[in-house]
Design a protein around this ligand. Structure first.
Ligand code: SAM
Ligand code: SF4
Length: 334
């Protein structure tokens, strides 16, 4: 397989594209209310989902075009059969310097040894409540203990530290979780990050008032603990703060109140092989059809460059006329 570097990938606004998120399945064993409907999801047919070979081909090509960071997501990535085998195929791809996984944690504990052996170096575990009944209310699954147990199991792997825990922040729900999560971050080797609720939910319940902003959450934490800002790395989505007494860190991902589009370096590929240049894209580019029609790498490269050139300048959440994409977060790959 050709590993020769190609021209780096840029969009039409001059932003280098170095980060790729691949959704490996649209299926999920949870039904988080901010993402999926309680029932009635239509799953992709098996033959419509990219094979491991197809995913590897795209990743190799994009890595030659300058992509260095790869995050595997879904739906629930660990629900895809033989997922560690995919990881093992992708870990050695030349050019990749970061390979991470976003998971709800339900299937994590028993797969951890295999995942780490396959080359996993970073995990983000989603966790929106530390109270059993509230976790059940939000995810529609009684699985808090199991997720916490996966997190404890991950602590045994120094190569996975710092373990990141993502909590979607919704007004009317998350307020009660703020201080418990601050304590959780202080007493575990986890960096908790609050993510502002975005209009990508199947139930279309999002409105501007339903977003609990990162600034509001930080104010609450600062009533109990002094925080010190950590300098922001280029392209980082999170603003990170250390607890001033040295016990741990906490982060805020504020796409609604403080958009970070200006230095966005990300593109996404859905489980059915559509390239999305923004979470909020209304237009997608099919990569599966050309691959299955026998396109060579040069042709695929041209398709990728053309689509990336048209990457959206910014999202328009909360602006008049904003249209929510048809796909939910689970079908995009968050
Ligand atoms: N199932 C895995 C999980 O939950 O971690 C991976 C896929 S999930 C779609 C990826 C991330 O998107 C999760 O951290 C989830 O909390 C977040 N997410 C889903 N819907 C969201 C929304 N409407 N607004 C903000 N974040 C959302
Ligand atoms: Fe599943 Fe993740 Fe969506 Fe929750 S956020 S329903 S775990 S894909």
């Amino acid at each position: 397989m050709d590993a020769k570097p190609l021209e780096p990938l840029y969009d039409g606004h001059g932003r280098p594209i170095t980060s790729l998120r691949v959704s490996v399945t649209d299926r999920c064993n949870f039904r988080c209310s901010y993402c999926m409907p309680a029932e009635g999801m239509d799953w992709l047919a098996r033959e419509d989902v990219l094979s491991f070979e197809e995913i590897e081909r795209l990743v190799r090509l994009l890595a030659r075009m300058g992509v260095t960071d790869l995050r595997l997501t879904g739906g629930e990535p660990l629900a895809r059969r033989e997922f560690p085998q995919l990881l093992a195929r992708l870990a050695p791809v030349p050019g990749l310097t970061d390979l991470s996984l976003t998971t709800n944690g339900y299937l994590l504990e028993r797969q951890l040894p295999e995942l780490v052996a396959a080359g996993l170096r970073r995990i983000n575990v989603s966790l929106d409540s530390l109270a059993r009944h509230r976790f059940l209310e939000l995810t529609r699954r009684d699985a808090l203990e199991r997720v916490l147990s996966s997190l404890r199991a991950a602590e045994a792997y120094p190569q996975l530290h710092p373990i990141k825990v993502n909590c979607v922040a919704m007004r009317g729900f998350t307020e009660e979780e703020i201080l418990p999560f601050a304590e959780f971050a202080r007493s575990h080797p986890y960096e908790v990050r609050f993510i502002e609720f975005m209009p990508l939910d199947a139930d279309h319940a999002w409105d501007r008032d339903s977003v609990l902003s990162g600034a509001e959450i930080r104010t609450v934490i600062e009533t109990e603990h002094a925080l010190e800002a950590v300098p922001r790395e280029p392209h980082a989505t999170a603003r990170t703060y250390r607890f001033a007494d040295g016990s741990g860190a906490i982060g805020f991902i504020n796409p609604v109140s403080e958009p970070f589009c200006a230095d966005c370096n990300r593109i996404r590929v859905t489980a059915d092989g559509k390239l999305r240049t923004c979470l909020f894209s209304l237009h997608e580019t099919d990569l599966r059809a050309p691959m299955r029609a026998g396109a060579g790498d040069a042709e695929l490269e041209r398709v990728l460059r053309d689509a990336v050139w048209r990457k959206e300048l910014k999202h328009h959440i909360a602006e008049p006329g904003f249209r929510q994409p048809a796909r939910t977060m689970s079908a995009i790959g968050g």
